[in-house]
Design a protein around this ligand. Structure first.
Ligand SMILES: C[S@@+](CC[C@H](N)C(=O)[O-])C[C@H]1O[C@@H](n2cnc3c(N)ncnc32)[C@H](O)[C@@H]1O
Length: 284
């Protein structure tokens, strides 16, 4: 039942507080007062879809939804998923130049894209692997890509993107790793199978239990922690440290830093951190 008549509903302070504390406890996402209008606008779509007239009805619906599917749908519309291929190109360059050569001897690499959105980040990583490692077929290489939002993961698995998401892809790589599938209404590309085969997508709430054991050689968690408050970031950084292999690298987003967070990483470059390889290095 879809009610197109509901154009907007009022979101009171109490309703906003109820919704934001739910989102904070479930996903760590901090919806400050400045986000109130955005929350109202985005959730009005859910009210419309469910045929509900007010946010009180919506909060009640959420509380009675034993399937948990509305919580997932709510987090889908509230999370910000902006991303594109080769975003923050220097990270991919560092991966190619510094990180991968260290792993050549054992021919094994495990990378985690945490908060991967619609897949542009993990597929960019896969392209770097294919380009940088000529004998990749002889390696044990895998990229795990996880996100909270089921909607972005569905798009990631389809691996079809408009040209606007590919604007940072060098033309040579575009020709090698993408296939043009449509030209109208805009140029649209599909990621080629060798790239897709390297990436495994799964839904994972970073605030919950992590089923994987690791260790990972590299973690990309970029432009995700900006939505979390300091204690949540602190906790997450400690968990990333534990699940990284000694010498492993953590990439964070351009507007993020570990300033103000106590941690045992070594600073490498702005937004690039490394777990010390040995106890001795950690103590230095
Ligand atoms: C802005 S996108 C970043 C995408 C990509 N990492 C990049 O930098 O381009 C942020 C992503 O974090 C995800 N996210 C937010 N909170 C999360 C949580 N608690 N657990 C897992 N993913 C989360 C959102 O669903 C969204 O897809």
């Amino acid at each position: 039942m879809e009610h197109q008549t509901l154009l907007s509903a009022e979101l009171t302070e109490a309703q906003f507080n109820a919704i934001s504390s739910l989102v904070k406890s479930l996903a760590g996402i901090n919806l400050t007062e400045t986000k109130k209008e955005l929350v109202r606008a985005r959730l009005t779509k859910r009210l419309r879809k469910l045929g509900l007239a007010t946010f009180d009805d919506y909060v009640e619906y959420l509380q009675n939804d034993t399937t948990g599917s509305e919580l997932v749908a709510m987090l889908d519309v509230l999370s910000t998923n902006t991303t594109y291929f080769f975003r923050e190109a220097k990270h991919f360059e560092w991966l190619r130049q510094d990180v991968l050569p260290r792993l050549t001897a054992r021919r094994r690499v495990r990378i985690w894209s945490a908060g991967c959105s619609s897949g542009e980040e993990p597929y960019s990583i896969a392209i770097v692997l294919l380009e940088a490692i000529p004998d990749l077929a002889d390696w044990d290489a895998a990229i795990l890509a996880t996100d909270l939002s089921t909607e972005v993961l569905a798009r990631a698995r389809k691996a079809i993107y408009p040209a606007s998401r590919l604007r940072e892809v060098p033309p040579m790589l575009l020709g090698r790793h993408f296939t043009l599938v449509a030209t109208k209404p805009e140029r649209t590309y599909r990621v080629n199978d060798p790239v897709r085969r390297l990436v495994h997508f799964a839904r994972l709430n970073l605030m919950g239990q992590w089923p994987m054991k690791g260790p990972f050689d590299v973690i990309f968690c970029r432009n995700v922690m900006i939505y979390f408050d300091r204690p949540t970031r602190q906790d997450l950084i400690a968990r990333f440290h534990s699940i990284l292999a000694p010498g492993g690298t953590l990439f964070i987003g351009h507007s993020e830093s570990l300033t103000g967070i106590s941690h045992s990483f070594r600073y490498v470059l702005p937004t690039v951190y490394r777990k010390p390889a040995t106890g001795q290095e950690a103590a230095q």
